[in-house]
Design a protein around this ligand. Structure first.
Ligand code: DC
Length: 208
């Protein structure tokens, strides 16, 4: 069984995907981390995110340490959002995600194009959203908890810019798959959002 969870930054999709994976006993992949790993590679090596050629070079030998704090920093988030618009970068990362999705027993993947491109055959598809203000508030708190200084207005502007780039790009833009269930988490805390997601997934599986 494949569960696809898509949505914009700080919508709660990561928390929801991890909870679904734990609930159904499935492995989980945060596909945003792949784009972030490419971005971090490029950043460390001083490459230019405006160059598709350099971004493609940064896809070679990506080492992914999910605990690396810099993966989630704002500069890396912005670079990840720009380089993810390059079709070459997307195809360099495609195989890894497809193989993970198609492994025996199933998997949960979260990202932007899981239900539309990576695993259109997924049995359960969720599209998780929340208002930009709520998402900026969450991200500001998250960054503060990690000891990074962040101002709400700056984070909100970054979120809006990222939304526009992620949804406006030509290659696999962020959009809800026709058969994805919509979950708006604006008025929900993490507990309520995960409970709602599990309920929706179970209902979908029962309906067949
Ligand atoms: O989910 P995230 O914020 O960690 O993702 C970082 C960036 O990677 C995001 O701006 C868009 C891109 N991304 C993508 O294009 N496709 C995915 N499946 C996952 C992430």
């Amino acid at each position: 069984m494949i569960i696809a969870v898509d949505g914009p930054a700080a919508s709660g999709k990561g928390t929801i995907a991890r909870a679904l994976a734990a609930h159904f006993g499935l492995p989980h992949m945060d596909t945003g981390l792949l784009y972030r790993a490419v971005a971090l590679n490029l950043w460390r090596w001083g490459g230019d995110p405006a160059s598709e050629f350099e971004a493609l070079r940064a896809c070679d030998n990506i080492s992914l340490d999910p605990h690396d704090e810099e993966l989630r920093s704002e500069p890396v988030s912005m670079i990840a959002s720009s380089i993810s618009a390059y079709p070459g970068v997307r195809s360099a990362l495609l195989q890894r995600q497809r193989e993970f999705a198609e492994q025996e027993g199933g998997a949960v993947l979260d990202g932007r194009d899981i239900g539309t491109v990576i695993a259109p055959e997924a049995e359960v598809k969720l599209f998780v959203t929340a208002s930009p203000e709520v998402r900026a508030e969450r991200r500001t708190k998250e960054l503060a908890a990690r000891g990074m200084t962040a101002h709400f207005e700056d984070v909100l502007a970054d979120i809006r810019a990222r939304d526009e780039r992620d949804s406006g790009r030509e290659a696999a833009p962020l959009r809800r798959a026709e058969d994805a269930m919509l979950l708006d988490t604006s008025a929900m805390d993490a507990e309520a959002a995960t409970a709602a997601a599990i309920l929706l997934a179970e209902e979908r599986l029962r309906a067949g």
